[in-house]
Every structure is written in structure tokens, then in C-alpha cells.
Design a protein around this ligand. Structure first.
Ligand SMILES: [Zn+2]
Length: 256
């Protein structure tokens, strides 16, 4: 989740599935099933077919030249995978508790935190950087809170939160009442919608050192947690949103 732009938006930030189709996951955990990308077989229905088609050709050629020079990146990525990538719709696999401190998992955690901070997100999950493992990270730094008005802080239940990493997290609802707020996701870049979330939840799992931890969260933190937990099950906020509130966050610019 991300809060760098508008206080009214919750940008949740959090794939490499295609790599697993051709080779085993490098971290040695159980593989995860996913949906094969079928878009290339779908008939074009857009009136912009020619335009899109030529853009794709140019981009494909540039990609081809680039790949001749630089080998393609592999997960964990330093970028966030976008909706359409099968890894975002797969059920992430549990991490072997004994392997949390192993270099492979530590690399995933390190990259997750690095990408989250670079994008100024307040939450990110491993599938979003191409790794279908049950790992998520959350953090709400003070400098982000400084950009939010006191009234918005109170309405959203915002508070400074230290970095927390959860491996194999389990969520328990503490307060079943729901609250609706605008949410966004780094994996659905440029859009936002209102999503209902439980008021208060408890998460338990392992931290980055493999130690058992639990945390009771309410307000915005509870929302971030629920959003990130959904990513581990291949669920996106667009599956839970009030569809009539779905917006392109730059819609006004298109009229200028
Ligand atoms: Zn997200």
C-alpha cells in the first residue's frame, strides 16, 4: 500500500510466474499453480487494435534488442508486477519455517522492503515482486504521516508504524464491522476504488528472523494488512471494491 500522493488514496503496494513455467523456483519451496496467460490468444475487441498492435511490435523489437544486450530480470524483481501477471492471481506457497533465515528468503525480504520504500508504499507482498511466497511487509513512516491533515489522520485511523515483516501470516478478525475508504494498489497502477475492510484484525506468523510474532491492528494498519493478506491468496482490491467508485486517479488531467 502506498500513501505518497493523496491522503484520500490508499496505495497498496505489492510476480515471475512465467519463470516457473519453464524452471523450478530458485528458493526451493513448493511450486505454486497459476493461470497460464491467455491474453495472446484472445481476439482483439478494441477499436484501437491497429494502434495497439503497432505499439506492441515496436516495443517487442526494443525489448528484443535490449535482451540481446542485458539478460532479463528474474524474481525477486526490483519493480512491481502489474495486474494480468498470473503470479498476482496465484495462491502463494508457505515458506518452510526453517528456511526463513536462508539467503534466498532473506533476499526476497530485503528486496520487498527496498521496493516498498522506493515506491513509498505502506505495504507490499512477495507476489507483487514476482515471488509467490507468503511474505508481506508493512511500514508507515512519520514523514508520510506529516503530509496528511489531522482530520484525515483521525478519519482513517492513521498512525506511524515501524517496519514489520510477516512470513506465513494468519489473519483473525477482531472487529467484524467494516469501514469503506478509497484504496489503490501498486499492481493496478493509476486506479483507485472504495473498498470495505474490517475495523480491527490480528495477524500472527513469523518475522524476518523466523521468530513467532503477532500484532493487533486497527484503523489504516488493519486495512493495509487485509489488502496485503489478500495478495497472498491471489485476491486484488478490485475483487472487493464498490465498482461504481472505481476511478482513474488522473481522470481530470485527461480533460485539461
Ligand atoms: Zn496491492
Amino acid at each position: 500500500m502506498n500513501s505518497k500522493s493523496s491522503a484520500s488514496l490508499l496505495r497498496l503496494s505489492w510476480s515471475g510466474f512465467r519463470l516457473y513455467a519453464s524452471r523450478s523456483p530458485p528458493w526451493g519451496f513448493q511450486s505454486v499453480s497459476g493461470t497460464p496467460a491467455a491474453s495472446s490468444r484472445l481476439p482483439h475487441v478494441s477499436s484501437c487494435e491497429r494502434h495497439l498492435s503497432s505499439n506492441v511490435k515496436v516495443r517487442s523489437y526494443l525489448q528484443y534488442v535490449k535482451r540481446k544486450i542485458i539478460s532479463p530480470p528474474s524474481p525477486p524483481y526490483g519493480h512491481v508486477c502489474q495486474v494480468g501477471d498470473p503470479v498476482l492471481r496465484s495462491q502463494a506457497a508457505a515458506v518452510d519455517p526453517a528456511a526463513v533465515t536462508a539467503p534466498e528468503v532473506q533476499k526476497v525480504i530485503g528486496t520487498l522492503v527496498k521496493v516498498m520504500r522506493r515506491l513509498e508504499c505502506v505495504g507490499l507482498s512477495a507476489p507483487q515482486i514476482g515471488v509467490p511466497l507468503r511474505i508481506l511487509a508493512l511500514e508507515y513512516p512519520e514523514r508520510m504521516l506529516e503530509d496528511v491533515s489531522p482530520s484525515s489522520r483521525e478519519a482513517r485511523g492513521l498512525s506511524v508504524q515501524p517496519l514489520r515483516v510477516f512470513v506465513n501470516p494468519q489473519l483473525r478478525v477482531l472487529d467484524g464491522r467494516t469501514l469503506r475508504f478509497q484504496e489503490a494498489c501498486e499492481s493496478i497502477s493509476g486506479f483507485s476504488a472504495t473498498v470495505p475492510r474490517y475495523l480491527s484484525v490480528e495477524v500472527s506468523g513469523l518475522n524476518e528472523k523466523g521468530e513467532p510474532v503477532s500484532w493487533q491492528a486497527s484503523g489504516w494498519s488493519a486495512r493495509i494488512l487485509q489488502h496485503e493478506m489478500d495478495h497472498l491468496d491471489g485476491v486484488l482490491y478490485i475483487d472487493r471494491m464498490d465498482s461504481k467508485t472505481f476511478i482513474n486517479i488522473n481522470w481530470q488531467k485527461h480533460n485539461e
